[in-house]
Design a protein around this ligand. Structure first.
Ligand code: ADP
Length: 486
């Protein structure tokens, strides 16, 4: 039997371009699938950060002129982990400095509909034989950027031979909404602009396109798959999702253990592991020195590594910070995004030098040092499709303090008395998105810290949990095989 061929389609990928967890997934999942015999490959837009990394790219073909672009090429290369990657080299659409989705003023590019329509179009063409050497049995789209792939595929003249599509929602809140006028530029049949199609309250929605036209729908945790069928978390798409519940499921994201292993991480001050944890204390001291925090082993060092957005619930951290500091804690924040949150954290750091350190920006290496040095990772999200930072934190011996939602609920077990007694406790979980609940969870962290044996047991449990990609990769492959009839 020949290996099942799967084309993943998405917008960013570690280690080349990352703005969030999607990049971690696309950097690791195809490789994990390849390790179990699937011929998984990846299609990406040719953003500068991606093109810069291409090692001796081979030209696959010249792309037809469309969406106002001529002279675009499809090239092929591979990730450092060996995953074959197709890249759309279309400088007119993709060669822009900075963030891949928005300009320097954080305004989404006016032609984003064309940029990501091209991604969907090329995916559909690859699925129908664009490359003479390789043709996928299945398309796997990720988030709204890839949402048009199944639509273009559906309306090709030879659509009878089209492969099935899987669509994974990494975050339903980002929908790729564009005007009806933009729809007219996308070379789609006019009847698609319909409630049974890509139309969403008078606009066109790329994510709805992916959800409506794909054969199987996934999210990145089982709990989020249920939550998005409700009005509270459905972002207006709960009706569609509930209607398709029979084909909707959740597969938890994994951790790329080649990148995130404190025993073999060249980015941190000292190696450590569950059975030789001493290096963690050295990492904490090194982090305190690096960030200008008082170098004492005693207080709990709370850490945040996050996009600074409404979703992440960081207003609870800002409002709860004074109490956390009065209790003897320290706070280290690495993040960027929302202007008001950036200003709020900067002001907090100015008020509490030596106790609060804030680094505004995106810094992969520093994120490793933060997870290695912190005692508690704060992830009080309003909603969280999966969340990777709590998984990295646990691997690095930091207990996550999270709200019970989405993937956080699926991965963190609260350090209550029952869970401590049966050895399952690995973090702090609070229920309601309310300041009192967050503050109480912070107090519980201090209370557990005062009980050395309890803290160590939870820390050991956290570090020994395994969220590698092998399990999730196998779940995906099982689903592909059902869908492709193999
Ligand atoms: P999301 O995808 O919603 O941003 P996840 O927790 O799934 O949240 O993934 C976020 C990823 O981005 C993690 O790998 C996290 O370490 C990383 N990250 C977030 N903010 C920063 C930052 N400012 N600097 C470095 N890495 C960051």
């Amino acid at each position: 039997m020949t290996a099942l061929r799967v084309l993943h389609v998405g917008a960013e990928c570690q280690p080349w371009l990352k703005t969030g967890g999607l990049a971690d997934v696309l950097g690791a999942l195809p490789a994990a699938q390849r390790a179990i015999g699937v011929d998984a490959r990846l299609l990406l837009p040719g953003f500068p950060a991606i093109c810069r990394h291409l090692l001796s790219p081979a030209v696959v073909c010249r792309l037809p002129a469309e969406f106002g672009v001529s002279g675009a090429m499809l090239v092929q290369s591979q990730l450092p982990n060996g995953t074959p990657v197709y890249v759309i080299d279309a400088p007119a659409l993709f060669d822009r400095p900075g963030n891949p989705y928005a300009d320097a003023n954080h305004h989404p590019y006016a032609d984003n509909h064309l940029r990501f329509a091209l991604l969907g179009r090329v995916a559909a063409e690859l699925a129908c034989g664009l490359s003479p050497d390789w043709r996928p049995d299945l398309l796997h789209g990720h988030d709204w950027h890839s949402g048009l792939a199944p639509v273009y595929l559906r309306y090709r003249s030879d659509a009878g031979r089209r492969p099935p599509c899987v669509f994974t929602v990494h975050n339903l809140a980002y929908q790729g909404l564009f005007s009806a006028a933009a729809f007219a530029e996308l070379d789609l049949p006019p009847h698609c602009f319909d409630i049974n199609g890509v139309e969403f309250h008078g606009q066109m929605s790329f994510i709805k396109a992916g959800l409506f036209y794909s054969e199987r729908l996934l999210t990145v945790s089982p709990s989020y798959a249920v939550e998005i069928q409700s009005p509270e978390h459905g972002c207006g798409l709960d009706g569609l999702l509930a209607g398709r519940r029979a084909v909707l499921g959740g597969i938890l994201n994994g951790v790329d253990e080649a990148q995130w292993d404190p025993a073999h991480d060249a980015l941190i001050a000292a190696p450590f592991a569950a059975d030789r944890p001493a290096g963690k204390a050295r990492c904490k001291l090194a982090l305190q020195a690096e960030l200008g925090l008082a170098q004492t082993a005693a207080p709990l060092l709370f850490g945040v590594v996050s996009r600074l957005t409404e979703q992440k619930g960081l207003n609870l951290v800002l409002a709860g910070a004074e109490a956390l500091l009065e209790a003897g804690g320290q706070l280290a924040v690495l993040g960027n995004g929302d202007v008001a949150l950036e200003a709020g954290f900067s002001a907090l750091a100015r008020r509490h030098p030596g106790s609060v350190a804030v680094v505004l920006g995106f810094d992969e290496a520093l994120s490793h040092r933060l997870f290695a040095g912190m005692d508690v990772a704060l992830v009080p999200s309003r909603f969280e499709p999966c969340g990777l930072t709590q998984l990295y934190a646990m691997r690095y011996g930091a207990l996550p303090l999270v709200r019970r939602t989405g993937g956080l609920a699926d991965t963190v077990c609260d350090a209550n008395l029952e869970n401590l007694a049966d050895g399952s406790a690995c973090g702090f979980v609070f229920e309601r998105f309310a300041q009192t609940d967050f503050d109480a969870a912070v107090r519980r962290a201090f209370a557990l810290r005062a009980r050395q044996d309890g803290w160590q047991a939870a820390q050991q449990r956290a570090m020994r949990l395994r969220f590698g990609w092998q399990g999730p990769a196998a779940q995906y492959v099982q689903l592909y095989q059902q869908l492709a009839g193999q």
